[in-house]
Design a protein around this ligand. Sequence first.
Ligand code: C2O
Ligand code: CU
Length: 493
Amino acid sequence: MLRAAGRGTAAAVVALLVSASALAGCGAWGTAAEVRQLEAIRPLQIPPLADGRLDGDGRRVFRLTADEATTDFGQGGPADTLGFNGSYLGPTLHMRRGEEVRVRVRNRLQEMTTVHWHGMHLPARMDGGPHQMIEPGARWAPTWAVEQPAATMWYHSHPHGQTAQQVYRGLAGMLLVSDPQAADAGLPNDYGVDDIPLVVQDKSFSSDGNLIVDPEGTASTGFLGDTVVVNGTVAPYRDVSREALRLRLLNAANARVFNFGLSDDRQFLIVGSDGGLLAEPVAADRVQLSPGERAEIVVRLQPAERIALTSYPPELGHGIGSQHRFGSGTFDVVQLRAAGELAPSPQVAPLLAELPAATAPQDAPVRRFGISGRAINGRPMDMGRIDEVVPVGRSEVWEVMNQDPQPHNLHVHDGSFRVLSIDARPPPPELAGFKDTVYVAPRSTVRILVRFDTYTDERWPYMYHCHLMWHEDLGIMGQFVVVGPGQDVRAAG
Ligand code: C2O
Ligand code: CU
């Protein structure tokens, strides 16, 4: 199948700059793995911020309606898409620590879906994984108490076997948790002004502007697109009016790993990972995210300059087979255009959060998860099988081994974990905070410290899985229940 279709039409609108590295690299121009470098021509769309409404019980209520629509990405015509409360993606849900929330979800699609709250600590029945299916025309209204640190999280559909295509077509959005009790860390926090969500994906378009929907793609990792799309915008720029900008980076791609940096290689501060703020800001010039991972970074700008948030070739590890690479190109993600005069921004505090030490108790049990082919520990996902039974409140070490020559990662539901080691070495500082998804390089081993507090359910499981979405759909996923003392495990429904 010709994956580069549509380039002719798009070229009429968008100037294509073939990057030298794309031509020089092994996967020359025209292979599926390379992303086109585009000139920034469209203002970045910012998803609306949804604050919900307080009901009579003091519970914050949100509404999400999944529907079919068309969206014009400017690639030659309208594309068939899915969205929550709009034609593509969904609003940014703002939840506050310490509050009860309810989300009234309505499925107006012609197919089943679910809505999973990626990164949330919550009861299994509210998790929105493959067991909380919402039939076409049906509603679902999960409720839970938000009890976790401020963080950049997201929500997305999660029906078993259909996640890749539904998320690709648009069923995803950001979910921000804020903490009214937390000390001000000097971070930009004016949503849509100096606090910018970036939902980063790669897609391909046909010559009439429609999305090419092909979750499997031609790579063993799943579909790789040739066009980067940010918050639903192709070739975006963003006007900047303040000295400092917080970018909330979400890799919502199917398979691609983005290695973010700035176009002039200047340093920025990494201030947050998946599950919350880091203990201290980390000065860096790159931050790499695999699908499902998030990072918060703070970038400082000079008046009147133009720089771009860029994706550089990812570092996928030494064990990778040459056929599994994602392309060698460098491409802009969003251009930042600073105003001639920038309003001053506060300095980021030297201490951001107090993190408990990430050390496993001496007697912590170790569970092993070997990812190979389409299975974890030799077993592909089975909705009717509970793979692991975990006592509530117990610290455990989960040892995740990627036995393949291709990239995987691991996402665990029901909150955050800590990375203990990567190939027996301590994690780099940007991975030392709260995580819920971690890259596991080919032929390498990552040990994480998990503990599931508060909620038990002997019947409804949570998931752990590779978040490369085609892998997840293929069955690189398992189910665990969290049980209290004396609880018996029954088969999942
Ligand atoms: Cu982001 Cu099980 O998912
Ligand atoms: Cu995988």
